[in-house]
Design a protein around this ligand. Structure first.
Ligand code: ARG
Length: 263
């Protein structure tokens, strides 16, 4: 995670951002500290990047890399405003002992990549370029499936899909997604790979409900996604609602503020 010390909406690079809507910095900090506390209470270790005053979106650490099997797949941001974040992540990951690879193709880390045991899912259409799926496949030696996003409000894969259970302990992987965010053909791919997935409603998606983090049991998700939380509970998960409203002003929420460091 990266503290929201310099978080603000200075530019607009997605439909949620409007330079006319000021961020309440004190509230943003309380919300971010609340999220960090939830992870710690759930027993997860949280490391922090040092925030850079020139990078107001740096709080969205999900975009910095994809980390798997001791290897970090380096991001390359689509917009110049965020480009320097990739180096900050790469420096931290290298210092933490990960082998940093890739970075030739435009790709925005876990914003557009979701990891399951059988395949890594890669969103494209707005930020990450299609060729990044093949680059990630070469970096990780795992199959990567490209999925086309078609609604600009859901410009990153992690705004429309998340992994509930990655299947790493042998069972089937379980995911949730909002069908309206994907092309018809990509929907057919998702149905084929995950016939039993939880299909979220537009109401859930529009409050960033899919921008959630699951450890396979506990699902940390934005509090306004009440219907999704109820359906997760019915499915046997433990929903943990958190308020991240200030970050929605920049087009982000729980998952965007979290880079999962696997292995
Ligand atoms: N303002 C940021 C951008 O548009 C938000 C990034 C949200 N991160 C995410 N993983 N979806 O790039």
């Amino acid at each position: 995670m990266c503290p929201p010390t310099h978080f603000r909406v200075d530019y607009a690079i997605n439909p949620w951002m409007s330079t006319g809507s000021p961020v309440d910095a004190a509230l943003a900090l309380r919300q971010w500290e609340g999220l960090r506390a939830v992870y710690q209470e759930l027993g997860h270790r949280v490391s922090e990047l040092v925030p850079d005053p020139a990078l107001p979106d740096m709080v969205f650490t999900a975009n910095g890399a994809v980390v798997l099997d001791g290897v970090a797949y380096r991001a390359r941001f689509r917009h110049a405003e965020r480009a320097a974040e990739a180096d900050a992540h790469a420096a931290w990951l290298t210092a933490s002992g990960f082998e940093v690879r890739g970075g030739e193709r435009i790709s925005e880390g876990e914003g557009d990549f979701a990891v399951t045991e059988g395949a890594i899912l890669a969103g494209t259409g707005f930020r990450t370029e299609p060729g990044a799926a093949l680059e990630a496949q070469e970096v990780f030696g795992r199959p990567v499936i490209g999925l086309r996003l078609v609604d600009p409000r859901y410009y990153h894969l992690d705004t429309a899909l998340f992994v509930l259970d990655d299947g790493a302990d042998g069972g089937p992987a379980d995911i949730a997604y909002y069908p309206g965010a994907f092309s018809d053909a990509s929907l057919r791919v998702l149905r084929r790979l995950f016939p039993d997935a939880l299909l979220a409603t537009e109401d859930d998606a529009a409050v960033f409900g899919l921008n959630a983090v699951s450890d396979g049991r506990n699902v940390v998700l934005p509090a306004p996604a009440v219907r999704l939380a109820a359906r997760l509970a019915e499915r046997g998960y433990h929903p943990v609602p958190v308020d991240m409203g200030e970050f929605v002003k920049a087009g982000g929420s729980v998952k965007c503020c979290t880079l999962e460091v696997r292995g």
